[in-house]
Design a protein around this ligand. Structure first.
Ligand code: DGT
Ligand code: CA
Ligand code: CA
Length: 566
């Protein structure tokens, strides 16, 4: 199934490649226009094609474009784009995702130097040749170099949740081996970063070479890169790199600290140590030749005059200053979550009944759960019309009688329409305890006004950026203004727990918290299993410095309802 965004993307990519190729500008523009028309349309093209609707009746769509759209919807492919992709070196296509490099500049670079790969691009940026092209100032060159670096890394980053299972399997596997005392997975995995580049595992063991031999025999290892006396590197079937390092007992804390990172945090800690005449490395904290700390992380922090900081805070985003001022947050824990405000049932696009979801929520120990199926506009997700919603509310009343141990809140995830109005009228909204507002279409252009208008009516703003990690950039809005109004109107910001959403992202949470906003960590579950995704949202909230007081689903129901009151 193709969404409008996906169809639009295919056309805009076609335009990019045509431009790199040096095609007629009118042709290029025609594809760009097509992309814009489709992305901004309130019609669902997938559906129109399947219903046999004559697309040429829509404004701006002629015979050719109509055929192309049909081809894309029916086959998921576009032959013109496929031809272009064969014709144009993939390196040039990759360059398009570097900030500052559009098709025009990529063509310029290619025409001047015949550069077709990121490696070559890097070389020409570094040797000064790129700077001889018109319009390539030092700022752009810097951006290009940064872009190449990011792109190389981004190509192989995994979602945190994607590596979780295999990481924990590896931990178990290593712990089973005789003589292994401690296994800890450090790096970005321990900091619960939304994406992970590789796994950095530390092991304290009697006989490291034996452990290493055992490690490279882990069933999911595909390729052994190296297996040395203190360090081994392998690649797993899924492409994930795993580094294993031997650590001595007395250095364990220092090594854990060093390899947990982040690098930026480590550098700051080292600076502070130097000011005190100390030296910090992965073996310990040293005063001259004497090791004064190293066995535990607490010890390491203490030796340089700091307090222990949770791994999620170690990003050099002010945690060191906060510690020195005694203002480190006490970040939210999973055990403090008492309920969930966002989930779907068979009434829209969920796979389980209300009762099944309620039972699972009880099993998770929740005190409350909001049932929030999609509203009618989102027909692709089987959105409910008014009648269906009222029927659902009656069913909730019935189920509530059966399960007095949990409060079932009546809600809906309602589309925020293009003009900021909602998909259901006030007479319907009155029946709901929780009104979630969400943007699901027309992501282009500045969205501030649309959002602010909706804030007069909604309780929770779902997945605010609407990004999909690695797939879709977030929408544009003046977030400072959005957060200010959210605080003023007491609109709760969602921290969506879907592993590829994690929306709001960490830095946005931190900023919104500073402004005074409250958050709801929501699973957005579409089946009972997904209710457990809440842990990923908790990770993100922790990285955003959120405390119990900031997260409404760690409050009791009365306090929540008082806060939400209009
Ligand atoms: P990733 O793997 O890209 O998701 O991110 P990390 O943070 O796991 O980074 P990685 O795997 O390159 O290195 C693991 C940790 O080792 C990193 O968080 C901090 C430490 N580290 C690595 N390189 C350096 C360095 O050059 N200086 C310092 N101070 N620490 C480093
Ligand atoms: Ca790593
Ligand atoms: Ca690494």
């Amino acid at each position: 199934m193709m969404t409008n965004q996906e169809i639009a993307k295919i056309f805009s990519r076609t335009a990019d490649l045509l431009e790199i190729k040096g095609e007629n500008p009118f042709k290029v523009r025609a594809y760009r226009n097509a992309a814009r028309i489709i992305e901004n349309s309130s019609k669902d093209f997938n559906k129109l094609v399947n219903e046999g609707f004559d697309l040429t009746r829509l404004p701006g769509i002629g015979k050719d474009l109509s055929d192309y759209i049909k081809e894309i919807v029916k086959t998921g492919k576009f032959h013109k784009l496929e031809e272009l992709e064969k014709e144009i070196p993939s390196g040039l296509v990759d360059m398009l995702s570097i900030e500052g490099l559009g098709p025009k500049r990529v063509k310029q670079i290619y025409d001047a130097f015949g550069v077709t790969s990121l490696e070559e691009l890097k070389k020409y940026a570094e040797n000064g040749k790129l700077a001889t092209l018109p319009g390539f100032g030092p700022k752009l060159i810097e951006k290009i170099l940064k872009g190449v670096k990011q792109l190389k890394k981004a190509g192989i980053r995994f979602l945190w949740a994607e590596v979780e299972e295999i990481a924990e399997e590896l931990r178990e596997y290593l712990l089973k081996f005789e003589g292994v005392e401690i296994v800890e997975i450090a790096g970005s995995y321990r900091r619960k970063k939304e994406t992970v580049g590789d796994l950095d595992i530390l092991v304290v063991a009697k006989d490291y070479p034996k452990v290493s031999e055992y490690f490279i025999k882990f069933p999911k290892v595909k390729e052994v890169h190296s297996a040395g006396l203190t360090r081994s590197t392998v690649f797993l079937e899924n492409g994930l790199q795993v580094d294993l390092r031997a650590v001595a007992h007395e250095s364990y804390g220092a090594a854990l600290h060093y390899f947990t990172g982040s690098k930026a945090h480590n550098i700051e800690i080292r600076k502070i140590a130097i000011e005190k005449g100390l030296k910090v490395n992965e073996y310990g904290v040293y005063q001259g030749d004497k090791r004064i700390a190293g066995a535990t992380e607490e010890e390491v922090y203490k030796a340089v005059g700091l307090c222990y900081m949770e791994p999620e805070l170690r990003e050099n985003r002010g945690e060191i200053e906060a510690c020195l001022e005694n203002k480190l947050p006490e970040i939210i824990k999973k055990e403090e979550i008492l309920g969930d405000f966002h989930m779907h049932t068979v009434y829209s696009d969920g796979n389980n009944t209300i009762e099944e979801m309620v039972k699972k929520a009880i099993e998770l120990g929740y005190k409350y759960l909001a049932v929030t199926d999609h509203s009618k506009r989102l027909k692709v997700a089987n959105g409910m019309d008014e009648e269906k919603l009222l029927k659902q509310l009656n069913e909730i009343d019935e189920i509530q009688k059966k399960y007095p141990e949990i409060k079932i809140l009546k809600g809906a995830e309602i589309d925020i329409l293009e003009d900021g109005s909602l998909d259901f009228g006030d007479e319907i909204l009155q029946n709901l305890d929780i009104v979630i507002g969400a943007i699901h279409y027309k992501f282009t252009g500045d969205q501030t006004e649309r959002i602010l208008k909706a804030f007069d009516k909604i309780h929770i703003f779902a997945h605010p950026l609407n990004r999909i990690i690695h797939k879709r950039e977030g929408i544009n809005a003046n977030w400072e203004e959005v957060f200010k109004k959210a605080k003023e109107n007491r609109v709760v910001l969602e921290i969506n727990s879907q592993p590829d959403r994690l929306d709001l992202p960490d830095t946005y949470i931190k900023r919104a918290k500073e402004i005074g906003c409250k958050f709801a960590i929501n699973s957005d579950a579409h089946n009972t299993k997904m209710l457990e995704f809440i842990k990923y949202g908790v990770n993100q909230a922790r990285r955003g410095w959120a405390e119990r007081e900031d997260i409404i689903n760690s409050w009791d129901l009365k306090k929540i309802m008082d806060y939400l009151k209009r």
